[in-house]
Structure formats: structure tokens, C-alpha cells
Unconditional design. Structure first.
Length: 464
């Protein structure tokens, strides 16, 4: 049976409801990202430890990997509106607890990496940010619920656009808040602002007349999610590719903030990151207007190869304009890469199983980044950076990477980018790529075709 034949028909006003949910989620993401960026900036500025920021980034992705499958199962078991409300209240509770810890523990104790309070504070704040993933997974399924099939890629592009807006505000405000107001005021602002989207969310209604029940579903339905994924030829290969690509993503997660904070003051780094994040808006707007082409998988792989080239060269010299331009172009391409995977899953996986498939995909993908984040942070701090500061490192790599304070990080970025290019080109030659491309092309592409497919399924006589 065709996956789209099971898809619910978008209700009247579905796009308007989706727009409300999109903006609400964007505001919530802005608040959680604002606080998390601020925590990372604050920790690095107070400790100057690449290891500390790498560990925080790795733990963040590790928690996402651990929780994603459970979150996906919850999305399939509960009404989407209830899922979003639960997520919002959990974030608010976590931030309130984190604020209490911050103001009750002396700063010296809080910043001791080997002490318990550092991990209590950061893990509580992390939990409040990670639980936001639950509403993001629910938002991905509401595209299928509320948006016509032929507009799915465009809707996913809008998600990239609002994420870009949130990134701009987050990075700018986090840097300015930590630099000018201090971490205490930042925690209070984030906790207070978390309540605003909750009020709006309680006033919204998502037209979901009944939950699509699956009798084989369990509380953490790894088996059901895997079965749904394996039922689509080549889909598991796409997820594995994204997981391997996220190994490189862990490198950028661990080292981008230390590189930027070495180059700019914290207030300026926030503004620089915000400026670069306008690329998200441009990239998301392009996808929202033009879609992803006939084959989103090919679009994604080509863009990943381009990202690899960019990642290899945007730090070859310690030039601020090169760094900013590289980040901006990097972010222009990211919405299309993210939207491509979402669009494929929304078309080829039945609606009642999409939460688990999105969650399982996130589990695989998020599990990769902590590996490199945990590994690369100590390797960079204790081996690569000292090596590049030595005469031997300068003699060997100076012709390519020049001179500067962060040449060790630049060397790591160079090899990470080369690995991304090799992975994308190899994926284009695989059987999984060809099978999934054919499967995607065989699915109905418009709402009318979906309705016809559903009618044919209900009327056996028409199939003859």
C-alpha cells in the first residue's frame, strides 16, 4: 500500500494552523537556543577550555540520540497538540530548576569541570533544550497533517527560514547578553521568555480528529520504526549517510565557537554569528519558493559535497571576511539539506509511523556527532593545536594554512571538509541512492493524486 494513500487530507485552513505552529515553535526554539548558546559562550570565556565546549556539545547530541526514539514514539501515540504542550512545560520547568542552581551555588564551584555542580547545572539546562526536540518532531508530522502534498518541500523550506531567523536573534542576543548583562540575567530572561509561547500554544487547536493507531506500537518502538524504515528501499541508506555526515558535524560543533571566540570578542562573535545566520533565511526562502527539484536526494548529496569544499577552505587563512562568508554560504545550503530528508520521509512513510521514523533517523544521526565531538575536542586541545603552534607544524602546513592563533583548528576543519566531499561522492554511486530515488519518484506528487490513490484502495473494483 502506498504511503501517501494513508495520508490525512489537509483540512480547510490547514496552512494557517501550520503557520501558527511554525511561528510558535520558532519562538520556543529561539528561547532554548538563546540559553544554550549563552551557556556555551559563558563556559568557554570563563574556562578557555576547548575540551569543556566539546564535552557540552557532545553531551547535547548524545542526549538527543538517547531520547529521539522515545520522542518519536510519543509523537505517534499522542495528539500533536498535546505533545507540543508537554514539551513546552518540561522546558520551562528545567530552566526554572537551572536558574535556582545558578543563583544558589557560588560561581567558583559552578565552573569546576570536575565538580558536581557544573554538571548538574549544564545537564538540567541541556534537558530543557533537548526536550524541545519533541515539539520539533511533532511539527514535522504536522506538515503531513495540515499541508497539501505538493507543498511539503515548500513548508519544510519555511521551517528553515524561521530557524534562520531564530539563529540570528539567538546568536546576537546570547553574545550581547553574556557580554553586557552577565550569565545571571541571561538565565532569568530565558526562563521568563519560555512562558510566552506556552500561552499561545494553549490557545491553538490542531484539527486531528483521531490518532492514527498502530496495534504493533510500543512505548519506545525501535522495532516498529526500523520496520517502517526498512520497508522503503534505500531509506535506511539515506539515514546511514546522514549519520556518517554528522561525524563531520561533530567537528564543527566542538570547534566553531572556540575558533570564533578566539577571533572576536563575545559580543562581536554573537553579532558575527547572527550575520552569518541570515544565510538560513536565504536558503530557507529559496526552498520555500522553488522546492528541492525532482530528486531531493540528489540535491542533498550535491549540497553536502559543496559543504565539504566550503568547510575545508573557510579557515585556510585567519581572515574574518573569509570566515564570515564561509559560514554564511554554509548556512544557505543547510535548509535544503535538512528539508530534503524530511520531504522524502513525509512522502514515502505512512503518516501513522512518521513520528517513529523521524525519531529513529534522529537517533542514528545524533549518535554520530558526539563521537567526533568527544574525540576531537581533546585531540585538538592537547595535540593538534600545540603541534600547529610548533615549528614543525608551521613548516609542514604554513604554506596552506598561514599563520595565526587558531591554525590547529583550521587543520581539523580542512580534513573534516575533505571527508565530507568523499562521503557525498561515494553516496551518489550507491545502489541505495538509486533505489530511494526511484521510490520517491513513484509516489504521488499532488494532493489530487493522493486522493485518487486512496479512492482506488477503498474501491477494489476500480483497481481492475
Amino acid at each position: 500500500m502506498n504511503a501517501d494513500a494513508h495520508a490525512p487530507q489537509p483540512p480547510p485552513g490547514g496552512m494557517r494552523t501550520f503557520a501558527h505552529l511554525l511561528v510558535n515553535t520558532a519562538v520556543a526554539n529561539l528561547t532554548t537556543n538563546f540559553l544554550w548558546f549563552a551557556v556555551v559562550f559563558w563556559v568557554y570565556l570563563e574556562t578557555r577550555s576547548i575540551l569543556a565546549t566539546g564535552l557540552l556539545g557532545g553531551v547535547y547530541m548524545l542526549l538527543i540520540a538517547v531520547c529521539s526514539m522515545w520522542f518519536g514514539s510519543l509523537v505517534d501515540r499522542m495528539r500533536k497538540h498535546r505533545v507540543m504542550i508537554v514539551s513546552a512545560w518540561c522546558s520551562l520547568a528545567a530552566f526554572a530548576v537551572g536558574a535556582a542552581v545558578f543563583f544558589s551555588v557560588p560561581a567558583d564551584e559552578l565552573l569546576r569541570l570536575h565538580g558536581p555542580w557544573f554538571w548538574v547545572f549544564t545537564l538540567v539546562m541541556l534537558a530543557g533544550c533537548v526536550v524541545e526536540l519533541l515539539r520539533n518532531l511533532a511539527l514535522s508530522t504536522t506538515v503531513t497533517l495540515l499541508v497539501p502534498v505538493e507543498r511539503h518541500a515548500n513548508a519544510n523550506g519555511l521551517v528553515g527560514t524561521v530557524q534562520g531567523i531564530a539563529f540570528i536573534a539567538t546568536s546576537v542576543f546570547s553574545g550581547l547578553s553574556v557580554g553586557l548583562l552577565g550569565m545571571g540575567a541571561t538565565v532569568v530572561i530565558a526562563t521568563a521568555c519560555t512562558a510566552a509561547p506556552i500561552i499561545h500554544l494553549h490557545l491553538l487547536r490542531i484539527p486531528e480528529p483521531e490518532i492514527a493507531h498502530d496495534p504493533t506500537r510500543s512505548a519506545v518502538d525501535f522495532r516498529g520504526g526500523m520496520a517502517a524504515m526498512l520497508a522503503v528501499p534505500g531509506l535506511f541508506g539515506l539515514v546511514i549517510f546522514t549519520m556518517l555526515n554528522n561525524l563531520s558535524g561533530g567537528v564543527f560543533m566542538a570547534l566553531l565557537d572556540p575558533y570564533g571566540l578566539d577571533m572576536f570578542p563575545v559580543e562581536m562573535w554573537g553579532i558575527v554569528f547572527g550575520l552569518a545566520s541570515t544565510g538560513f533565511i536565504v536558503g530557507g526562502a529559496i526552498v520555500a519558493k522553488r522546492g528541492l527539484g525532482k530528486n531531493p536526494i540528489r540535491t542533498m548529496l550535491v549540497l553536502v559535497a559543496a559543504l565539504g569544499v566550503l568547510g575545508a577552505v573557510f579557515t585556510v587563512r585567519e581572515w574574518p571576511w573569509l570566515f564570515i562568508a564561509g559560514m554564511w554560504l554554509f548556512m544557505v545550503m543547510m535548509p535544503a539539506i535538512e528539508a530534503a530528508e524530511q520531504t522524502v520521509i513525509q512522502r514515502v512513510v505512512p503518516f501513522e509511523k512518521q513520528g517513529r521514523v523521524f525519531g529513529l533517523a534522529m537517533t542514528f544521526e545524533a549518535a554520530a556527532a558526539p563521537i567526533t565531538s568527544f574525540l576531537i575536542a581533546p585531540v585538538a586541545e592537547f595535540w593538534v593545536v600545540p603541534y600547529m603552534e610548533s615549528g614543525a607544524g608551521q613548516d609542514r602546513w604554513g604554506w596552506l594554512l598561514g599563520e595565526g592563533e587558531s591554525r590547529g583548528i583550521a587543520l581539523v576543519f580542512l580534513w573534516s571538509g575533505i571527508a565530507m566531499v568523499a562521503l557525498a561522492l561515494a553516496a551518489l554511486c550507491t545502489r541505495s541512492y538509486r533505489m530511494l530515488s526511484a521510490e520517491f519518484a513513484a509516489r504521488p506528487a499532488t494532493s489530487e493524486e493522493v486522493a485518487d490513490a486512496a479512492g482506488a484502495a477503498e474501491d477494489p473494483a476500480s483497481a481492475g
